[in-house]
Design a protein around this ligand. Structure first.
Ligand SMILES: [Cu+2]
Length: 358
């Protein structure tokens, strides 16, 4: 039975010393029966994460059924383990004069996804995934995004960047050229310059905005500087959350959609190698989000619009829509947590590991 009075804060208050809610806990919080149907399970033997880490919580660890630590990628049709390094370069051609034209096709489709083991969410997606594809271009190119709305509701694509109003993806603006609100079955092509270089994003801008965004209509958008950035192992982390019981608050938090995914499937990086993180906060309903990495510090480039960092820190806060390029090298091998330093979000799914190998 759904219990919509069961708030996340009450749940966390009741956890006492239990550091992590876990998949079964999230299922309960989301108003679903626990995975084993018999209340909180005990920590699965050999689940890996409980050994040698500070997550060890003994019998208090809300359970992870064997093989259900994370969502089977086949269920969603996308895998956070791949999304993290999946850059969609689109297709390119030469315009008269030699300038590069870069194009993508984005389709809005309604799709049920699983955001934690056993926790379903009726998402609205771009191209069937949440977040949508990470679009990547180079400064100065001409970009065209061919949008087709195959969902049941009107949508738009609003890009962050410098462009004309009719290409802004806002209802009521650009309707005269076929833009503005894009009704189900309609299509529109957004065209604009790749400017400025940096780390941006895109999202639906239809009212009610919070609903259209948090349902899953958002994605990362990278404009590389003309001269490029130094070679690095690059990863994209989109901080998001899901209101699974329609109370205008999130029950599940994550990066790249699936709660705790990188806790069980750490992001592997090499010792000493430059790691560049494209970190976006698209979280709805909460005022802030945050990022902290263990055992290390990073250089911060707000919105990636400068090649000079503004800070060397180990924790940052981001408001909604805020994003940063972060650069770091891990001097030691081992497993290093990264998570929201808003503890509540971490315990509801927003935590993972970098696994540093030689
Ligand atoms: Cu929408």
């Amino acid at each position: 039975m759904l219990n919509r009075r069961f708030s996340r804060r009450k749940a966390l208050a009741g956890l006492g010393a239990i550091p992590v809610l876990g998949a079964a806990g999230i299922a309960k919080l989301a108003g679903l029966p626990s995975l084993d149907g018999a209340g909180p399970a005990t920590a699965a033997e050999g689940s890996g994460h409980a050994k040698g880490g500070h997550l060890t919580s003994g019998s208090g660890h809300a359970g992870f059924a064997q093989g259900r630590e994370t969502v089977d990628p086949k269920v969603n049709g996308f895998d956070p383990g791949q999304i993290v390094r999946d850059f969609d370069m689109g297709r390119t051609s030469r315009l008269p004069g030699g300038r590069t034209l870069r194009e993508w096709d984005l389709v809005a489709v309604d799709k049920e996804i699983e955001v934690a083991p056993g926790v379903k969410f009726a998402a609205w997606t771009y191209n069937g995934r949440v977040p949508g594809p990470t679009l990547r271009a180079r400064e100065g190119e001409l970009l065209r995004v061919h949008f087709s709305n195959e969902g049941a509701h009107p949508h738009t694509i609003h890009f962050h960047g410098i462009h004309r109003d009719v290409m802004d993806g806002v209802p009521g603006v650009g309707e005269e050229v076929g833009g503005g609100l894009i009704e189900p079955g309609e299509r529109f092509t957004y065209e604009f310059d790749a400017s400025p270089f940096g780390f941006h994003h895109y999202h639906c801008h239809t009212s009610p905005l919070a609903s259209h965004i948090h349902k899953g209509l958002y994605g990362a958008f990278i404009v590389d500087p003309k001269q490029g950035r130094p070679p690095a192992d690059e990863v994209v982390l989109v901080q998001n959350g899901f209101d699974t019981n329609f109370d205008f608050g999130n029950e599940v938090y994550a990066v790249n959609t699936v709660a705790f995914h990188y806790l069980y499937r750490p992001i592997k990086v090499k010792r000493g190698e430059l790691v560049r993180i494209y970190l976006l906060n698209i979280l709805e309903f909460d005022q802030i989000n945050s990022f902290h990495v263990h055992g290390n510090f990073f250089h911060r480039y707000p919105a990636g619009t400068s090649l000079e960092p503004v800070a060397f820190v180990d924790t940052i806060m981001q408001g909604q829509g805020e994003r940063d390029v972060l650069e770091l090298r891990f001097p030691y091998t081992g497993r290093y947590m990264f998570h929201a330093h808003k503890s509540e979000f971490a315990e509801l799914g927003w935590m993972g590991f970098f696994e540093v190998v030689a």
